[in-house]
Design a protein around this ligand. Structure first.
Ligand SMILES: C[S@@+](CC[C@H](N)C(=O)[O-])C[C@H]1O[C@@H](n2cnc3c(N)ncnc32)[C@H](O)[C@@H]1O
Length: 358
């Protein structure tokens, strides 16, 4: 048991150490700029949980400082000694050859990089104008000094440690800040996250699909299950899904071949829609759709009723599974939907319940 939990902790620590590619940041941020060219104008952006010496977040925003009309860019890093996942880290030449270099601080202090003006007087503000220093502490986002930087900032942008995603989001939301974060898609069903998505307080970003991240050993790692979470508006979420009628889906879509109608759940008054493309445009009742619907969700087109998973599902009244049902399908859990197939209960994957807006 102890061995397993150590392994779990090691895995979580390793899962926190991967770095975002420039091109992915650019693709996502461009969606906000296209929607509102002044979205960052006059704003202070904080990039916490970064390693400013080579973070692509820092590079991207420093290089676009003038184009975006930023007021200030602040980037902070977490001390190597505080990181749970150990690597054979060495300070960079950038640090060791700088007059500020301090061998006692290098491993145990976080760093702060700030950009406000043209320090080298070459006529433009860019990455060469970043000024840095050691932080008082290790750069933990929860520390008083990084929290003060949060309070100073208008917008917080990062790929935070996945193991602390809930805590990180709660930390941002202690103040009403704009944010853009990378997280695991599974976070949409967290009880701390789903109600915010349901109420349109936060939503998913613009770009999807698997992304390749840089790893500490100089390699890459592709992850299919990450996405952006934000409360900054972008155009994609106002584009309604193009859908067919129920009748046409049943007639023409091969995924429904042999079905006379959509399946109805046995424990909730709604139909099962196993693929987003099968959402019927003319159905007025509640529909259970895959989580990936949230990547296409347009709040003017649909409303979100709930999430049929865990605590959120229990709140919808999807409890309890009686002994007889459990005997027929041991994987049934309270909080989930099921439908009957040949006298046996079957459950779909995690479903979001939605309804067409009238
Ligand atoms: C997923 S990585 C992403 C790094 C960078 N933001 C990027 O996208 O390239 C998350 C980083 O947060 C750091 N981290 C872990 N715990 C932290 C904490 N409590 N406060 C600040 N940073 C932390 C990790 O060491 C890791 O470098």
């Amino acid at each position: 048991m102890a061995k397993n939990s150590n392994l779990g902790q090691a895995k979580a620590a390793k899962n926190d150490e991967f770095y975002t590619q420039y091109v992915d940041i650019q693709k996502e941020v461009n969606a906000y700029i296209e929607y509102n060219p002044d979205v960052f104008r006059g704003k202070t952006i904080l990039l916490p949980c970064d390693d400013p010496e080579w973070s692509n977040f820092t590079k991207f925003f420093a290089q676009n400082f003038e184009f975006f009309g930023l007021k200030k860019l602040i980037s902070t890093s977490y001390a190597i000694e505080s990181k749970k996942y150990k690597t054979d880290w060495q300070p960079t030449l950038f640090e060791t050859e700088n007059p500020l270099y301090n061998v006692d601080k290098s491993r145990v202090k976080g760093k702060i990089f700030t950009l406000t003006h043209d320090t080298n007087q070459n006529g433009r503000i860019d990455i060469d104008d970043l000024q840095w220093n050691y932080l008082e502490g290790d750069g933990d986002f929860r520390s008083a000094e990084v929290t003060a930087l949060r309070d100073e900032a208008d917008i917080i942008i990062t790929n935070p440690p996945f193991s602390l995603f809930r805590e990180f989001l709660a930390w941002i939301r202690e103040r009403e800040k704009s944010f853009l974060l990378i997280g695991n898609m599974n976070a949409v069903t967290y009880k701390e996250v789903f109600p915010l998505i349901k109420d349109n307080i936060i939503w998913l970003g613009s770009s999807f699909g698997s992304k390749t991240y840089l790893t500490t050993d100089g390699g890459t790692q592709t992850m299919g299950n990450t996405c952006w979470f934000t409360n900054i508006d972008h155009g994609r979420r106002h584009q309604p899904l193009q859908l067919m009628t129920k009748e046409d889906n049943l007639r023409f879509n091969k995924k429904l071949k042999g079905q006379e109608d959509y399946i109805r759940y046995a424990n909730y008054d709604a139909i099962e829609v196993p693929y987003v493309e099968l959402i019927p445009k003319d159905f007025d009742g509640i529909m259970g759709v895959p989580k990936s619907f949230l990547e296409k969700y347009c709040p003017e087109q649909f409303e979100i009723i709930g999430c049929a998973e865990g605590d959120s599902g229990k709140e919808l009244g999807l409890v309890p599974f009686n002994r007889e049902l459990k005997k027929l399908n041991k994987s049934l859990r309270d909080g989930q939907l099921y439908y009957m197939v040949d006298g046996k209960p079957e459950k779909p994957y995690a479903r979001i319940l939605i309804r067409k807006k009238q």
